[in-house]
Design a protein around this ligand. Structure first.
Ligand code: DX5
Ligand code: ZN
Length: 228
């Protein structure tokens, strides 16, 4: 059985939600598979969002598994507490640490799945070996920092490369993509072999965010059906 025979996962990003109404905005995406929470520190990326106290509060108001995407420096220090708090998956950036394996080990020891993320310009080859120590790979398809940017299709070659290793049984990571995913771009990502699709503006700018999640899932499933 390959990753393609599973239902695609949709992870709405609350970066595009109204931060003054986060509990309601989380409820508005009921039926989502993961809730994607972008943590930015104004150092690793030129933007500042929210941190552990807000994540702890959000965990109390939702049952949707939380997917924390840490766009921060020094993940060795800051990532494990998100796992301890109860996040389902904690992803940090390969570019932010010299020892990604150690950070993954600490995240897993604290009870969460561990994710590695790469920016659009970061090659995946140097990380293929250590992906054995991760549960998820988050391929950024925009420069991290802001929602509403244009999808960069060139990153799909990284998805294809990792997909091949997953399908041959050499790796077991969930392949996730983040940035510019919408009705027009999700099919190409699904065909390349993405398992989990983050969508911010495409979900929260829709009149009915829960229906937007369902529609994205249908589109991804249709595009990847022939791959299974
Ligand atoms: C960007 C964030 C994304 C962002 C995606 O740095 O990591 O999760 O919310 O937003 P859209 O889907 O609008 O590109
Ligand atoms: Zn993100």
């Amino acid at each position: 059985m390959t990753g393609h025979s599973r239902e695609p996962l949709i992870a709405p990003s609350i970066l595009s939600a109204d931060f003054a109404r986060l509990a309601e905005e989380t409820a508005a995406v009921h039926g989502a598979d993961w809730l994607h929470v972008d943590v930015m520190d104004n150092h690793f990326v030129p933007n500042l969002t929210l941190g552990l106290p807000v994540v702890e509060s959000l965990l109390k108001v939702t049952d949707i598994p939380m997917d924390c995407h840490l766009m921060i420096e020094d993940p060795a220090r800051w990532a494990p507490p998100y796992a301890e708090a109860g996040a389902y998956n904690v992803t940090f950036h390969a570019e932010a640490t010299d020892d990604p394996r150690a950070v993954a080990r600490d995240i897993r020891a604290a009870g969460a799945k561990a994710g590695l993320s790469v920016k659009p310009g970061t090659a995946i080859e140097p990380y293929l070996e250590i992906l054995r120590d991760f549960d998820t790979l988050l391929v950024m398809s925009v420069e991290p920092g802001f929602g509403g940017q244009k999808f960069i299709p060139e990153v799909l070659s990284k998805v294809t490369a990792v997909r091949r290793l997953v399908d041959s049984g050499d790796l077991t990571v969930v392949v996730e993509i983040d940035g510019g995913i919408n009705d027009d771009t999700i099919s190409a990502a699904a065909e390349a072999g993405v398992d989990c699709f983050v969508a911010g503006s495409a979900v929260y700018n829709a009149a009915d965010p829960a229906e937007a999640v369902a529609a994205l899932r249908r589109k991804a499933a249709a595009a990847s059906a022939h791959l299974s």
